[in-house]
Design a protein around this ligand. Structure first.
Ligand code: 16G
Ligand code: ZN
Length: 551
């Protein structure tokens, strides 16, 4: 590192002292804390993003968001060249950088890491970072800190993409690295045109061209997603969307609204009520990477009928499976090969047991990973078509590049496929363009759900009735040190402290269809408890007795 670079770093770093008495950790989705203590962290992540860009010789993303957390929190995460989450082997370095107490120690860490990772750091190579943030009021000043961090690396430049959803930024990074156009308009264009393509491919006369409850009502969590959906819907004729909680009124981000609230509490979000009985409703989270659907039941109650990530996953799986089965009888070898695609479904321990049972009955391969998109995504990427979802509504469908290339070949070359077989191929291709290949995306997921419901001719009720969720309960227990709990087997078994797993097993055995697990949260200082049983009372009791074991 030359002298100019060293003094630039020392100087700028000294203007962003780290908070005292806080241990920062790059958790499941980056750093997340009260926004007031994040200046130095975001500044340092700016530097980290520049290093990552130098190392990978690619465009990198830096997103400032705390997703579904309360409005006073904020956070920062990095998007890797393929649009996915930061490679896990860099996370310990992110932790170390964020926690270095002095500019000198920070510089030492950086110098050692640059050497170890062989990062071209001679001022000759350029680095490029796309910046994005959600609507949080603290976002503007944190973005400044990120810019200062990036600017303290000679040769690094940033492009401010403004207020965007997390998936938009991930999409843009991926697109840029593929040499594609990557503005917000390009994103909207791709989503709306592939949606149109799917609608146009609905066989005439099959299904019904419009579902009975044709209007879709969306809760935008008072965040960025609602605002973007307002813009996107202008490009979608044929789909009537009423967006509420789009952040323009007095409502507060994620307060009594949003996918996290709706999924965890199972209650009607603000601005929804008896006028929505029977309508198809959806909810996005604060940075629009999660999506759940729900309906308001006709009886007077504050509870909703939740259609969660597991059911979105099931709907997607049915559709994909149906397209592949259309190709079963294909005479053309290339088309027949599509039929034999390796399809994998990825879930976490939070997936409702009834959903796993249902997916297995469909004949699908179901695998489990720990919570957090990075784990599910990596697993899903191992298949030709990998469908992953967390129950909380984060998920997508990944298509391998070689599989998409085979679809493209069939699209463009003459084959002996029948029209319906050819259309099935075109539908798969449209899905691969509609559904975000970088990360779970509430906006693209929503269009996908809408297209499939239209194709099937299903109401939300029909979709919801695919299977009955087992009653479940989630609790959280505040603890001094959440890292004391260590889990294994995709978080289904406690390895440490000793004895707890046996006690959980003993409790679980008391309940018909009982299942329970605990895990340290990756985003809060709590241990989470999940329980499932054949009755709601059973699930509640099991959860509270397991919670007592942790306390
Ligand atoms: C983050 C994760 C989400 C996970 C959640 C779990 C990403 C982009 N987001 O929001 O996938 O479900 O954390 O939170 O990875 P928890 O560890 O606090 O339960
Ligand atoms: Zn989110």
């Amino acid at each position: 590192m030359n002298e100019e670079q060293t003094s630039l770093l020392l100087h700028s770093c000294s203007r962003f002292p780290p908070p005292k008495g806080v241990r920062l950790s790059y958790g499941t989705a980056g750093f997340r804390e009260d926004a007031s203590i994040l200046q130095s962290t975001v500044f340092r992540v700016g530097i980290l993003a520049a290093l990552r860009s130098l190392k990978t010789r690619s465009v990198i993303g830096l997103m400032i968001t705390a997703s579904h957390n309360k409005v006073s929190d904020n956070g920062v995460k990095i998007a890797d060249p393929n649009g996915g989450m930061l490679s896990q082997d860099w996370e310990p370095f992110a932790d170390a950088l964020a926690n270095a107490p002095t500019p000198e120690q920070f510089l030492q860490l950086l110098t050692d890491f640059v050497k170890k990772e062989n990062i071209p750091f001679d001022g000759q190579q350029s680095a490029e970072i796309l910046l994005g943030r959600d609507t949080r009021p603290s976002g503007g000043s944190l973005l400044e800190a990120a810019k200062q961090g990036i600017s303290s690396i000679i040769g690094a430049v940033f492009y401010d993409m403004g207020i965007v959803t997390s998936p938009q930024l991930h999409w843009m990074v991926r697109a840029r690295n593929k040499g594609m156009k990557a503005t917000e308009l390009d994103y909207f264009d791709q989503l709306s045109s592939s949606f149109r393509c799917l609608i146009d491919l609905i066989p005439y006369g099959s299904g019904i061209s419009k579902t009975v409850d044709d209007i879709l009502v969306v809760d935008g969590a008072n965040g960025v997603g609602g605002e973007k959906l307002e813009a996107l819907k202008k490009m979608l004729d044929d789909l009537v969307i009423d967006v509420r909680n789009c952040g323009k009124g007095s409502g507060i981000l994620n307060e009594g609204v949003g996918a996290d609230y709706v999924q965890k509490e199972k209650v009607i979000p603000q601005e929804f009520g008896s006028m929505d009985v029977g309508l198809r409703c959806a909810s996005l989270d604060g940075d629009a990477d999660r999506l759940v659907y729900f309906s308001v039941p006709s009886n007077v109650s504050s509870y909703i009928n939740l259609v969660d990530g597991d059911k979105i996953l099931s709907l997607f799986a049915i559709f994909i499976k149906e397209q592949l089965s259309i190709l079963q009888e294909a005479a053309d070898e290339k088309v027949k090969a599509i039929h034999h695609a390796r399809v994998g479904v990825v879930q976490t321990a939070y997936a409702n047991g009834a959903s796993t049972e249902y997916l297995k009955q469909l004949g699908l391969e179901v695998v489990f990973t720990p919570t957090g998109v990075k784990y599910l995504h990596d697993k899903a990427a191992q298949y030709d078509i990998g469908i992953y979802f967390e129950a909380n509504g984060h998920g997508t469908i990944l298509f391998s590049e070689s599989f998409v290339a085979s679809l493209e070949t069939i699209k463009h070359e003459p084959s002996s496929a029948s029209i319906e077989q050819h259309n099935a191929v075109l539908r798969l291709l449209a899905v691969s363009k509609l559904i975000n290949q970088a990360v779970g995306d509430a906006l693209s997921g929503l269009l996908m759900v809408e297209a499939i419901l239209r194709y099937m001719g299903w109401s939300i009720q029909k979709w919801s009735d695919l299977y009955q969720d087992l009653p479940s309960r989630m609790l959280k227990v505040k603890v001094v040190d959440r890292t004391a709990v260590v889990t294994t087997n995709a978080e289904t078994v406690v390895a440490k402290p000793p004895g707890i797993q046996e006690a959980i097993d003993a409790e679980t055995a008391k309940y018909p269809q009982g299942r329970s697990f605990i895990r340290p949260s990756g985003t809060e200082d709590v241990i989470r408890v999940y329980a499932e049983a054949s009755s709601q009372e059973g699930a509640d009791n099991l959860a509270s007795s397991v919670a007592k074991l942790v306390d």
